[in-house]
Design a protein around this ligand. Structure first.
Ligand code: ADP
Ligand code: AMP
Length: 217
């Protein structure tokens, strides 16, 4: 099973991905996480990506496509993969189509999580992430049992640098201009399903599972 989670920053892709990869035993490929880890480790990739990410802009297509291709090769031998945050431009989507064709794979679903802008800003500016395991929380909507401590691993929670109001505004504008055209791109391939992301986390998860279970052979 090969799935893409598409939606604006803050739509809840990472939150749903955490649950989906566990339920369906999928390899989780989140380009944002891969890039943040590269920055943390001080690798050449991190050095290339840092400036773009701090400004809320996209990292160049050729860099991200290379990362995803490598990861897909690794996951081809397993049950499937969930892509989160990739593709983000039509050029990335076209490259992904080429890579999948070369590998003899095909996309099963593109799940588009739709949320209105005001809610996205509230979600992103209140988001907290575990430094150790990457689990996502929100100070109001999805708070940990103990303040700033991860329920799952006890790690420390932090606020991402690009979740400041100024950078969030830029990221939402970048989404509209560069990523939203993918909705039509995948609609033309009859692969996309739009889910109302303004619901509770559990309700969204149930809706996605119903979709995936229906169409499983
Ligand atoms: P994305 O990966 O799409 O950028 P996240 O999954 O990190 O988004 O979610 C952004 C923030 O919103 C997080 O703080 C998360 O806890 C919170 N969140 C996710 N889904 C919901 C929801 N359905 N309702 C309220 N808050 C949510
Ligand atoms: P995310 O964790 O998905 O919110 O991504 C954080 C940041 O990483 C983005 O604002 C971009 O700078 C960068 N990034 C993540 N995925 C991609 C991608 N597919 N293409 C370009 N840049 C990306």
């Amino acid at each position: 099973m090969l799935i893409i989670l598409l939606g604006p920053p803050g739509a809840g892709k990472g939150t749903q991905a955490e649950r989906l990869v566990s339920k369906y035993n999928l390899d989780y490929i989140a380009t944002g996480d891969i890039l943040r880890n590269a920055i943390k480790s001080g690798s050449p990739l991190g050095k290339q990506a840092r400036g773009y990410m701090e400004k809320g802009q996209l990292v160049p297509d050729e860099i991200v496509v290379g990362i995803v291709k490598e990861r897909l090769m690794e996951s081809a031998s397993r049950g499937g993969a969930l892509l989160d945050g990739f593709p983000r431009t039509v050029a990335q989507a076209r490259s992904l189509d080429d890579v999948l064709q070369e590998m003899g794979l095909k996309l099963d679903h593109v799940i588009h999580i739709e949320v209105e802008e005001e809610e996205l800003i509230a979600r992103l500016t209140g988001r907290r992430v575990c430094r150790d395991c990457g689990a996502n929380y929100h100070i109001k909507f999805n708070s940990p049992k103990v303040r700033n401590v991860c329920d799952q691993c006890g790690g420390e929670l932090y606020q991402r640098e690009d979740d400041s109001l100024a950078t969030v505004t830029e990221r939402l504008a970048v989404y509209k201009k560069q990523t939203e055209p993918l909705i039509d791109y995948y609609a033309a391939q009859k692969l996309i399903t739009t889910i109302n992301g303004n619901q509770e986390i559990d309700a969204i998860f149930t809706e996605i599972c119903t979709l995936l279970d229906q169409q499983k052979p």
